[in-house]
Design a protein around this ligand. Sequence first.
Ligand code: ZN
Length: 198
Amino acid sequence: MADGTGIEALIDLMARLPGLGPRSARRAVLVLLKKRAQLMAPLAQAMAEVALSAKDCQICGNIGTSDICGICANPLRVNGEICVVEDVADLWAMERGQAFRGRYHVLGGTLSALDAVGPEELRIPRLLSRVGEEATREVILALNATVDGQTTAHYIADALVASGVQVTSLAQGVPIGGELDYLDDGTIGAALKARRKF
Ligand SMILES: [Zn+2]
């Protein structure tokens, strides 16, 4: 049993992280306590700095440390393709695959009747205006193969019909309910290459 409320509070906070239950959180905090100088202090400093500097990219919704993320700020990434993902984790997974050279659009979730999430709660209106502003040729839907993910994909495809832009989706091979973040980089690249008309 940890002695002291500060340490218990830290364990409780750590236990809220994905993949860390109370037991792993306790173990992680113990490692930090043993490596206070080499690990805990630099980690605390890095977290404090990033907590202050992190912001959402005003164009795509990626998280970085400036108003416009590195991808959106790179003129070479403006190639007429926008890849739509649910979450920042999916964007980062796509980038790890190094297969996509265009820009992204992070929705921030999926439409959900159950949770009362409508288009206005997501970045869907912003996507629709971007398609016009950025001379987009193709919108690639890289949404998860869940019911909500596919409902969202259909909603976006319908909303883009009038724009005349080509709408494609990642090839099957993305496992059902499998989130992009859990795919290996080669699989993401293959799914992108074999994308088809939505
Ligand atoms: Zn961006």
